[in-house]
Design a protein around this ligand. Structure first.
Ligand SMILES: NC(=O)c1ccc[n+]([C@@H]2O[C@H](COP(=O)([O-])OP(=O)(O)OC[C@H]3O[C@@H](n4cnc5c(N)ncnc54)[C@H](OP(=O)(O)O)[C@@H]3O)[C@@H](O)[C@H]2O)c1
Length: 242
């Protein structure tokens, strides 16, 4: 198979980290199926990318909607298959002490941050299996550090981490690999929402992760299976001169 007929799905691709990942994949010739709720922003991204990628299709909608997930998977299937699934779309929810947290809001955070990736993996697994494909689930250091105020979001990412490692074990026999990526703090809309009114200009733009993505998509998926990467790690293999 040549690189030009590889296909990737990236959720949350209309801005921030998802847009950066999408750009790296487009530069490598992947056909792309991209998601996000803001249709206008998503279409603008698709238009821009189509200059580089052989085929880009935008599927707008909420990732908790089964029809949206079905459309993402169907679009990949219609293009011949799936090599990479990036579960990037995520919601932060309110930042604040757990004692004041409106517990029913877990009923929104978990479906977006955990349920949607699980559904997509279940639906994508047969396609990924035929291409020994890779699942990339985006996590956060909030999954492992008990940051005051970040508990509910961190809990969703902690759940995603365990499920990703479990998927990695369970899907190995089918030749499908899964990894976790903590991108590190980045200057994005989500990060600004976490620090309303604060100057976050000292945080790097999500483009800081480009060396990592370039390195990751060069790896044999089976060599990275089950691993957790910190994209902004210092002295990392992806920062070493070739
Ligand atoms: N920024 C950081 O410092 C940081 C640190 C660690 C981990 N992360 C992780 O990095 C990933 C990307 O975040 P980001 O910082 O790039 O945030 P962002 O700029 O706010 O981007 C979030 C993306 O997800 C999409 N999205 C959100 N909710 C959605 C939903 N219900 N259905 C469909 N799409 C949805 C958004 O598009 P629409 O709003 O148009 O739907 C957008 O494309 C997330 O998984 C986040 O947890 C970020």
């Amino acid at each position: 198979m040549t690189q030009t007929n590889r296909i990737a799905i990236v959720t949350g691709a209309n801005r921030g980290l998802g847009l950066v990942i999408t750009g790296v994949l487009a530069g490598r010739g992947y056909g792309l199926v991209i998601g996000g709720r803001d249709r206008e922003a998503l279409d603008a991204v698709a238009d821009g990318l189509s200059r580089h990628a052989p085929d880009v299709v935008a599927i707008a909608g909420d990732i908790t909607d089964m029809q949206v997930r079905t459309n993402l998977i169907d679009a990949a299937r219609q293009r011949g298959g799936l090599d990479v699934l990036v579960n990037n779309a995520s919601e932060l929810g309110p930042i604040g002490p757990l004692l004041a947290f409106d517990v029913p809001r877990l009923g929104r955070l978990f479906p977006v941050n955990v349920g949607a990736p699980m559904f997509l993996i279940q639906m994508a697994a047969p396609l990924l299996a035929t291409r020994r494909g890779l699942i990339v689930n985006i996590t956060s250091d909030a999954a492992t550090a008990a940051y005051p105020g970040w508990g509910p979001y961190g809990a969703t990412k902690a759940a995603l981490e365990l499920l990703t490692r479990t998927f990695a074990s369970e899907l190995a026999a089918q030749g499908v690999s899964a990894v976790l990526v903590d991108p590190g703090g980045m200057r994005t809309r989500m990060h600004q929402e976490a620090f309303p009114g604060e100057d976050i200009s000292d945080r790097p733009l999500p483009e800081v992760t480009v060396p990592f993505w370039t390195w990751l998509f060069d790896q044999d998926a089976e060599d990275v299976r089950g691993q957790r990467f910190a994209a902004q790690q210092k002295d990392a293999p992806w920062l070493q001169p070739a």
